[in-house]
Design a protein around this ligand. Structure first.
Ligand code: ADP
Ligand code: MG
Length: 699
């Protein structure tokens, strides 16, 4: 049985390092499906025993508390925390100032003693929580955390008679904590603003008036009013006569889409006039809810760099601790220098021992990347997809519905002798009546009359071939492409392979064919041009259609003939994909497959990056894909690849920046060129720098 998952919000979660520890310790305690995201502060866990969960959390991060996601009033409490921190910092700064004043001139000894007391209280005011957390962690035999290291560093400084330094370091450290928490909260806010496409309220229309209610209280069947400029809060169908919708938040497409009465209206769309909608789904199943679900869960599939940072953090802190001990002991033994100098240097190194800059900023970058791409109509199902996107060496397209409009139109009906065009299209329509294929729809449209469904007795749809069916009155009808008529070994006088043709066979006799036209999307030209410009080595076309059509379409788009594969059954598409996967693996690249999500789900699932297109309403394809293009514009890949590239670049910069500056300070500290509080500045500075660098992505 699948474990039910519960979502909590972790209030007061301020250190990314703790987030990692909380996650792993919950796992160790036997909880299933534990996922904690530092950026969103969302804890997903297969248990709702909140008091037990909280007791584990508070052992690691005192002050942090998990609350059920819905009841959370997170914002105001974060504000309160910030204000409290600010007051404490201000007091400690004033105390520090007077303490230094009183101890630095040749005042009478009593005054100097008083100065020391003032300094010590400054130290306690700013550092009490640090010491407390350090002790609590120590009780769990955990010494690889920033609190313990800060505690050791400052207590060590006090022991070697550097009280002013210890107080200053603690004060600066608190300022850093404050700034970092502000910066992280601000980034969290700008990212969620990016995703803020779900209104909380709806105007419910009843018999005689209109009331404003929470979206959660709307049920299917309700009629709601959406005012001009407002976002549609929940999916439904249009009751008003017509409307223009701006779907840009969903699809990235900014051109307004006209709809008429009875058409589907998706939540997240903005209307230009006042409209009434009849609600068709529950709040949780609404389009925006599903999009937000995908985006928020996406960060839980970690990128390579996030995984690296997690590992790195595990070894970095103990490493620095050992390094500091070595610096404190070895040189003074070897060089016979006073031990105090080297102890001080060791303490400087300890101060730089928090991997915060990395642990905070890297997940932030990826979340920003995922959020940004969702705003341009591309949903990424994981931060790992961003990695794959930056390594693409082959992009394979499905043809029908992906590169071509998939909006087929019957252009000609060619009957064989003894039959009329009406008969040919009538039999074809009867066979296609149950199919959802774009070809079927075009035939039904051309037939133009309702089909008598009670006539259909047996019915079988063969992917990439066509349809076989039997009627009640005993006729057998087969419609399909050239391959299909060869398969059933039916002699046919026509043989059309450079256009889409549907052959119609009645009781094993060919009775005519229907010529169907499909256009290449203009955006398909842009998409392929862009991929060529990026020097993606292999751009290919996989289709169930005939060789001639495939080569004509591929040729027009500029796809190399060697990468065009035709007459493929769905399973053949997987075989071709495997070939590319194999090649890519040898060269360290990845393969992307883009399908329209109708019958390509297995291929989409198998590709390194499976892309489902035009998936705004279809659950199945969202399920199989790694990347979902909300509308049917293949050129959205362009945005996705370039956002992934930027995300990756910024993540790399942050890693280099953080590691570089830390290494620099460790070096300077060891040779005695950096004092403790300079080291604190460096540490705080680099953390802030990486956070701000991450936010560049949102621009
Ligand atoms: P693609 O792989 O390019 O998306 P499909 O697999 O959807 O194409 O279909 C391949 C071919 O199979 C179509 O071009 C058509 O000739 C034939 N076909 C598939 N389904 C049907 C149908 N319902 N009626 C007639 N022909 C069909
Ligand atoms: Mg297709």
């Amino acid at each position: 049985m699948a474990q039910e998952k519960h979502n909590f919000l972790l209030q007061g979660l301020s250190c990314a390092d703790c987030a990692l520890k909380i996650e792993s310790s919950l796992k160790q305690q036997g909880y299933s499906s534990v996922k904690l995201n530092f950026t969103t502060r969302r804890l997903q866990i297969g248990s709702d025993n909140i008091s037990e969960i909280n007791s584990i959390i508070s052992r690691i991060e005192p002050g942090a508390i998990a609350i059920p996601e819905k009841t959370s009033q997170d914002f105001s409490s974060a504000k309160k925390r910030e204000n409290f921190l600010l007051i404490r910092i201000s007091i400690s700064i004033i105390l520090l100032f007077f303490g230094i004043l009183l101890t630095s001139f040749s005042f009478p000894p009593l005054v100097v003693l008083g100065g020391h007391l003032v300094l010590f209280s400054s130290y306690l005011v700013s550092g009490f929580h640090v010491l407390r957390k350090a002790i609590l962690r120590l009780q769990n035999f955990d010494i690889a955390n920033e609190y313990f290291l800060m505690a050791i560093a400052t207590l060590g400084a006090i022991l070697i008679d550097e009280l002013p330094e210890a107080a200053a370091v603690m004060v600066f450290y608190s300022i850093g904590e404050y700034l970092q928490s502000r910066a992280v909260n601000k980034s969290r806010k700008s990212i969620s603003e990016l995703l803020d496409i779900r209104p909380d309220i709806a105007h419910l229309v009843s018999m005689d008036d209109i009331t404003t209610v929470a979206v959660e209280d709307i049920t299917p069947g309700d009629i709601i009013l959406v005012k001009p400029g407002e976002r549609v809060p929940i999916d439904g169908i249009l009751v008003s006569s017509h409307a223009n919708l701006d779907l840009s938040a969903l699809t990235g497409e900014s051109r307004p889409v006209p709809i008429v009465k009875g058409d589907e209206v998706l939540s997240g769309a903005i209307t230009s006039a006042s409209i009434k909608i009849k609600v068709t789904v529950d709040h949780s199943e609404s389009t925006v809810s599903r999009i937000l679900d995908v985006v928020e869960n996406a960060t839980q599939n970690k990128s390579e760099k996030e995984v690296f940072i997690t590992r790195f953090a595990r070894y970095y802190t103990p490493f620095v601790l050992i390094l500091a001990i070595a610096i404190a002991i070895i040189p003074s033994l070897l060089l016979a220098e006073p031990m105090e100098i080297w102890i001080y240097r060791a303490l400087v190194v300890l101060v730089i021992s928090c991997p915060c800059a990395l642990v905070v900023s890297i997940p932030l970058v990826y979340f920003a990347g995922i959020g940004k791409s969702s705003r341009s109509g591309v949903l990424l199902k994981g931060a790992n997809v961003i990695d794959s996107l930056t390594e693409v060496t082959a992009v394979l397209f499905d043809k029908t519905g992906t590169l071509t409009e998939g909006k087929f139109k019957v252009v000609m009906v060619v009957p064989d002798e003894n039959y009329s065009p009406q008969e040919v299209i009538m039999y074809a329509a009867l066979a296609e009546a149950h199919s959802n294929h774009p070809i079927a729809k075009s035939i039904l449209e051309a037939y133009g009359e309702p089909v008598d469904l009670s006539q259909v007795k047996e019915y079988e749809e063969l992917p990439a071939l066509g349809i076989k069916m039997k009627t009640k009155s005993g006729d057998s009808i087969v419609v399909g492409n050239d391959k299909m008529v060869h398969e059933i070994e039916c002699p046919h006088s026509a043989c059309i392979t450079d256009e889409t043709a549907v052959y119609v066979v009645l009781n094993d006799v060919y009775i005519g064919h229907i010529i169907i036209d499909d256009k290449i999307k203009t955006t398909a030209f842009d998409a392929i041009k862009y991929l060529e410009k990026r020097n993606i080595p292999h751009i290919g076309l996989l289709t169930g259609d005939t060789k001639n059509i495939a080569e004509r379409v591929g040729g027009e788009l500029g796809i190399k003939q060697e990468n065009i594969y035709s007459s493929l059954m769905p399973l053949n598409k997987i075989e071709i994909l495997e070939k590319y996967l194999h090649k890519a693996e040898e060269n360290g690249g990845t393969v992307m497959f883009i399908g329209d999500g109708m019958n390509d789900a297995p291929v989409i699932a198998r590709a390194d990056i499976g892309v489902a297109m035009g998936a705004i309403g279809s659950d199945a394809s969202i399920e199989a894909a790694d990347l979902v293009i909300m509308d049917d514009n293949p050129n959205r890949l362009n945005d996705a690849i370039s956002i992934a590239g930027d995300t990756n670049k910024i993540a790399k910069q942050n890693i280099l920046l953080a590691l570089g500056i830390k290494a620099l300070f460790i070096g300077l500290g060891t040779v005695g060129l950096a004092s403790m509080w300079v080291a604190v500045f460096g540490d705080v500075g680099v953390t802030l720098l990486t956070i701000f660098n991450s936010l560049r992505l949102l621009r």
